[in-house]
Design a protein around this ligand. Structure first.
Ligand code: BGC
Length: 454
């Protein structure tokens, strides 16, 4: 290997390493949201939670915490930096998880679930933002989507844990397993570099240059990148308001918030959180239902890998359009399956349709929404703006999760999935009209298009 090829490989590896380590935040996101379904019966026994309301509160308080965490952490990421925000996030996880493990009373359990939620909400946007800022444009889609891959792996592991530990009743072990990734993330981040874009924004160009020397190949490319970032930063300084309410930010904010909501109201978590219930209604025994859920979880992981392979070549828009079309078919298929009595349609057929739907999500709204949220906001407010979009995602997640079972009991499965299908069609129309192609463009370039300095 020539020395320049060697340097390229070293820089490539440094970027991949930092991105993979940060993506451990995604494992925490996926595991902590996924594990609760499996351990809820044991928790309910321990604390004698005898009403659906109390059980629902244990599940949904995490989502409330996530909305709060997203909002608070946005400011931390803009003022103290992305790296410190990630380290703080991992500390919140550790405290929340320890409280869960020891929780002697119900209110402590609720507090711990809330804190874990704060960690989840914060990680869900700061990890993509950090990776997006250290990645070179031509690999940004794949690297940022490593976070979504971790989310899907976290969910899958939580399902496996539920499958194997279900009988043991020891929910504290299942919940506590997340301590491992939380500690790895916090300690690992101490040695990773700060985001160069954030450093430039702070006027620390030389520090940014030092970081970029470990991540990029040539001095020219580094100078160009710093100039590019500084260009957007100084336009901002020239009297532009640095407020989230600034008119120039509106189109990007509107796009980010809408996409965040679309990701949830098209129904993915009705499957991720409730598939065992759906499948048991379809006549499967609890173990078989959990096994079917594993098939769905595995499809989610595999199709996310497919998305990562192609996202920087085929682009964000194509993935969204094809994947969301698949989701519409999957939802319509579910509506039809329930119409003709699901037990008759067959448990295998239902599992296949569920997997098709989740697989279609996994190549589209799953990775692409988080990626776009990390790409479309101007540097000056990137942390805060993406945290607002992220908060909208968690609020929408909460609304879907708490309303799903009541909607099903009010209008039945066929109508419910039919409504989700219609919402997905409308969302697809919006995506076709509103989403810009961001592949292979620098973040500064995207900023100039979406939030031009007037
Ligand atoms: C979504 C989560 C969802 C997960 C499923 C994420 O992108 O934000 O709500 O549970 O994907 O893989």
């Amino acid at each position: 290997m020539t020395s320049s090829a060697q340097a390229t490989a070293t820089h490539r590896r440094a970027v991949t390493k930092a991105a993979s380590l940060t993506a451990v935040g995604g494992i925490l996101f996926g595991y902590d949201t996924g594990v609760i379904g499996g351990v809820l019966p044991n928790i309910s026994d321990d604390f004698t939670l005898d009403t659906p309301f109390l059980q629902g509160t244990v599940v949904s308080i995490l989502l409330v915490g996530a909305a709060v965490g997203a909002l608070v952490a946005g400011r931390v990421a803009d003022t103290l930096g992305r790296r410190r925000a990630i380290i703080a996030t991992s500390l919140v996880f550790v405290v929340g998880l320890l409280l869960s493990i020891v929780a002697p009373a119900f209110w402590v359990l609720l507090l711990s679930r809330f804190l874990i939620g704060v960690g989840v909400g914060s990680a869900s946007f700061v990890v993509p933002v950090y990776i997006g800022e250290i990645a070179p444009p031509e690999r940004r889609g794949a690297l940022v989507s490593l976070n979504q891959l971790s989310v899907t792996m976290g969910i899958l592991v939580s399902q496996l844990v539920a499958y194997f530990l279900a009988g043991s009743g020891d929910w504290r072990i299942s919940v506590g397993l997340a301590l491992l990734p939380a500690v790895v993330l916090g300690l690992g981040m101490i040695r990773e570099p700060e985001s160069p874009a954030w450093l430039v924004r702070q006027g620390r160009d030389e520090d940014a240059r030092a970081v970029l020397r470990t991540l990029r190949d040539s001095e020219e490319a580094i100078t160009e990148e710093i100039d590019d970032i500084r260009g957007t930063a100084t336009e901002e300084e020239k009297g532009q308001q640095r407020s989230l309410l600034a008119p120039k930010l509106r189109p990007a904010l509107m796009l980010g918030v809408t996409l965040a909501i679309v990701q949830q109201i098209t129904g993915v978590n009705t499957v991720i959180y409730f598939a065992p219930t759906v499948l048991e209604n379809a006549g499967l025994g609890p173990q078989a239902a959990l096994l079917a859920l594993l098939v769905v979880g595995l499809t989610n992981v595999v199709m996310t890998i497919v998305a990562i392979k192609v996202i920087d070549r085929v682009g964000r828009r194509a993935l969204l359009i094809w994947g969301m079309s698949g989701m519409v078919l999957g939802l319509a298929g579910l509506a039809v399956a329930f119409l003709f009595d699901i037990a008759g349609a067959g448990a295998i057929a239902t599992t296949v349709v569920l997997a098709f739907y989740v697989g279609s999500f996994a190549v589209s709204l799953g990775p692409v929404v988080w990626l776009l949220i990390s790409e479309i906001f101007p540097l000056a407010v990137r942390g805060r703006a993406s945290s607002v979009a992220t908060m909208a995602n968690w609020v929408a997640n909460f609304v879907v999760a708490v309303s799903y079972l009541s909607i099903i009991s009010a209008i039945g499965e066929t109508a419910t999935f039919g409504v989700y299908a219609v919402i997905t069609v409308l969302s697809l129309v919006y995506v076709v009209k509103a989403v810009p192609e961001t592949k292979n463009r620098s973040l500064a370039d995207i900023e100039r298009e979406l939030s031009p300095a007037s």
